[in-house]
Ligand binder design. Structure first.
Ligand SMILES: C[S@@+](CC[C@H](N)C(=O)[O-])C[C@H]1O[C@@H](n2cnc3c(N)ncnc32)[C@H](O)[C@@H]1O
Length: 184
């Protein structure tokens, strides 16, 4: 799916939860995956995988015996994600809020990293809080929740959930993006 097709999805009136006019740039993708220590990774979860720009870079760097669980609620984007031919990925066409039930299904006790593009500014506050609570709970002690946003609005919610929140920024994205790396 190219940038024009992504924008077409964004403009569909019933698809008001995409939260971006274009997929992540390669600069943003790099800043999202660079905080990850891939050497001991067993399981990574992605929230809001979209058309797979971050997904593909995760798979490039993940060990062969690891697993990537990618959540995406947009059906067209899920079809696109299914074109990724890699036995390590499980594409979940459901909301990120249901992470724990899929962990049970796939026999996963803890998650090393959660990489999230969820558009927190357009998701109801109670749902954001619930997603963050679940994320904090399922991470390993050395794990991290990595999130990008186009504003600093989510900063206080992240700081209320995690012990430490590191902030990064890339101007080379449409629009420019803040990257939050949150640890317990
Ligand atoms: C800003 S786009 C990011 C797409 C892609 N990760 C990228 O960086 O190019 C956010 C994605 O989150 C998805 N999304 C929104 N709410 C969600 C939810 N509750 N659970 C899973 N995915 C969700 C949207 O459909 C959209 O594809």
């Amino acid at each position: 799916m190219n940038k024009k097709e992504f924008l077409t999805e964004f403009l569909k009136p019933e698809k008001n939860n995409i939260g971006a006019v274009a997929p992540s740039s390669k600069y943003l993708v790099k800043k999202m995956v660079d905080p990850i220590d891939f050497t001991k990774v067993k399981c990574i979860v992605e929230f809001g995988a979209g058309t797979g720009n971050i997904t593909k870079e995760l798979l490039n760097r993940m060990p062969q015996d690891s697993i990537l669980i990618a959540f995406e609620i947009n059906k067209e984007f899920c079809e696109k994600l299914k074109e990724i031919n890699d036995p390590r990925i499980k594409i979940i066409s459901d909301t990120a809020e249901n992470l724990e039930s899929y962990m049970v299904k796939h026999n996963i006790l803890k998650v090393d990293y959660i990489v999230s593009s969820l558009p927190f500014t357009i998701i109801p506050n109670a749902i954001v809080k619930n997603i963050l609570k679940i994320a904090q709970k399922v991470l390993t002690p050395k794990g991290a929740f990595i999130q990008y946003q186009y504003s600093l609005n989510a900063y206080s919610k992240l700081k209320n959930t995690f012990k430490k929140v590191d902030l990064n920024f890339t101007p080379i994205n449409l629009p420019p993006a803040f990257i939050f790396t949150c640890t317990n």
